[in-house]
Ligand binder design. Structure first.
Ligand code: HEM
Length: 526
């Protein structure tokens, strides 16, 4: 009798499981009729396993099978992936406004003082608040006037770091860790523009440590994968794993360091002392403190500190990563280096540093950089977008809350647009000036800064900074691989940006003695 009831129980379990599987498959099949094509999702976790360690590459492989508009389910979050220029054009032209929100994430919320409507620009999911901030950024921080006024600062920071490199060559002649050098230039440029301070290549080692710590904590937190963001009913796992406590500690540490790095009270005091001096150029911290948003409200200090941290993150690693990729591609192609140096010699003439006014005459160098953006976009999936309302794309229904990933890495290797897409070939851009990554062009073939409303507002700053670093490195030095090496490990590493797995270490040899001239400007650490 007991064995009979066991059998009945076992049969019931089998029937229950089979029914669950059938209902699941039926529900998925019904849903899929109205969704773009894509791989079948697993129960609960959806298509997460398909992402792998380098999601832009895995998604490009899937897109070759499913097409330029692909559907995934990440946990319970519906997600579309755009992977061709044609699909990107349609997405931006028909749905840019609908997809102008960002997904909600635990790390973003905690980073922003647990406010539901985040207060920083890149991470806010509140479209109304984002619009207000973005208008302020466009008119007050990233306007052509401000960008022009920051030219002297960019020049000063390049000069500072190039001179250190020349000095190092003379004294030690050791191989140069280019990653550290490039990061030093972009970080110094950003902090000089934001709050008039320089952290790298100074005698104050403590300042460098503080700055690096801030970056490390921000990175660890914002890059973390949190289960509850994708499967809300499993958020207890994050709590059990101590994720919240970890984020809380990182946020408090970041806040403490940010208060030190961007000492806002000191800025207030300095501004009062210097505001009537016509030669005083307000930095970004001053602008935030003394300019209201267009609703007449001033941002409270705690949000200004968060926005400054976000800008520092956004503007430092991106340009440095890009320039490191460019040098990694060039170092095994002496023919390209020679061509770039010949162009530089012709444009600059004397033994001074390359300046921003030289850049329009450096068409080949610009093509090298464009090709680097194409083949190594530092933010290959852009930042995730989310639909603020239900919408349609290519006749498919997309519910409110659908996430959109734009795979710039796949778009830039679209074989219907680029011949030999995996080959580094700057010449391909020389005859095609219409493909412009800095304008919201109609081509959508080269979009390392994104496109549409949420396109990177720092594109001019990032692009010029990368060009200036590359131009000066190639003009002032000859480069070679150390220890008889002939190849570079081009494997990718996934962080907040996608960079080289192994830092690029090269030997630099000055090509000439730099003329002594007046420095563009001097920085005074307050
Ligand atoms: C080579 C350098 C850079 C690259 C490749 C880059 C790339 C990007 C990308 C792909 C996005 C996301 C666009 C989207 O969501 O569709 C973005 C957003 C953003 N970037 Fe950049 N960026 C660079 C430099 C900079 C610099 C120098 C700054 C600031 C000084 C900056 C500030 C921002 C901000 C604030 C956002 C968020 C915009 C928003 O959500 O409205 N970026 N960037």
């Amino acid at each position: 009798m007991a064995s009979g009831s066991n059998e009945v129980f076992a049969a019931l379990v089998v029937v229950a499981i089979a029914s669950f599987v059938l209902i699941y498959l039926y529900a998925e099949a019904r849903k899929r009729q109205r969704q773009p094509p894509g791989p079948w999702p697993w129960p609960v976790i959806g298509n997460f396993p398909a992402l792998g360690g380098l999601p832009h590459q895995s998604l490009a492989t899937l897109a070759a099978k499913y097409g330029g508009l692909m559907y995934l389910r990440l946990g319970s979050l519906p997600c579309i992936v755009i992977s061709t220029a044609k699909a990107a054009k349609e997405f931006y032209q028909t749905n840019d406004a609908n997809f102008s929100a960002r997904p909600t994430k635990l790390a973003y919320t905690m980073f922003n003082h647990n406010e539901v409507n985040y207060k920083t620009l890149a991470l806010t999911s509140d479209v109304h608040h984002w619009r207000k901030l973005r208008r302020f950024f466009n008119t007050e921080l990233f306007s052509p006037g401000r960008y022009a006024a920051q030219q002297t600062t960019r020049a000063a920071e390049i000069e500072h770091m190039i001179k250190l490199l020349v000095e190092d060559c003379k004294t030690t002649g050791d191989a140069v860790d280019l990653r550290v050098w490039l990061y030093g230039v972009t970080s110094n440029t950003m902090t000089a523009i934001f709050n008039g301070k320089r952290y790298f290549g100074t005698t104050d080692a403590k300042m460098k440590i503080e700055r690096e710590y801030l970056f490390k904590m921000n990175n660890a937190m914002l890059g973390a994968m949190v289960i509850g963001d994708f499967v809300p009913y499993l958020s207890f796992i994050d709590r059990l794993q101590g994720t919240r406590a970890k984020f809380q500690k990182a946020t408090e540490d970041c806040n403490r360091f940010a208060r030190k790095v961007f000492d806002l009270d000191k800025h207030r005091q300095q501004y009062e002392e210097q505001k009537n001096d016509p030669s005083y150029v307000p930095n970004v911290a001053d602008v935030f403190l003394h300019t209201p948003l267009d609703d007449g409200q001033y941002l409270p200090d705690k949000y200004i500190l968060k926005i400054l941290q976000e800008l520092l993150n956004a503007g430092t690693e991106t340009s440095a990563t890009l320039a490191e990729w460019a040098m990694a591609e060039l170092i095994t192609r002496p023919d390209l280096i020679k061509q770039a140096q010949a162009e530089l010699d012709g444009a600059v003439h004397s033994h001074r540093l390359v300046e921003e006014t030289d850049l329009p005459n450096l068409r080949f160098l610009q093509a090298i950089l464009k090709e680097t953006y194409r083949i190594h976009p530092p933010v290959p999936l852009l930042l995730p977008h989310q639909a603020n309302q239900a919408t349609e794309l290519q006749g498919y229904h997309l519910p409110a809350g659908t996430m959109a990933l734009v795979n710039a890495w796949a778009i830039h290797r679209d074989p219907s647009v680029y011949t030999n897409p995996d080959t580094f070939d700057p010449d391909r851009f020389l005859g095609r000036p219409e493909v412009n990554h800095l304008s919201a062009s109609d081509y959508f073939e080269l979009i390392p800064f994104g496109a549409g409303r949420r396109m990177c507002p720092g594109y001019n700053q990032g692009n010029t900074s990368s060009l200036l670093m590359l131009a000066n490195l190639l003009y002032v030095f000859d480069w070679s691989l150390p220890d008889g090496k002939h190849t570079v490990d081009m494997s990718e590493h996934m962080g907040l940006t996608v960079g080289l797995k192994t830092a690029l270490v090269l030997i630099a040899k000055p090509r000439f003695e730099l003329d002594e001239g007046p420095s563009p400007t001097a920085i005074h650490n307050p």
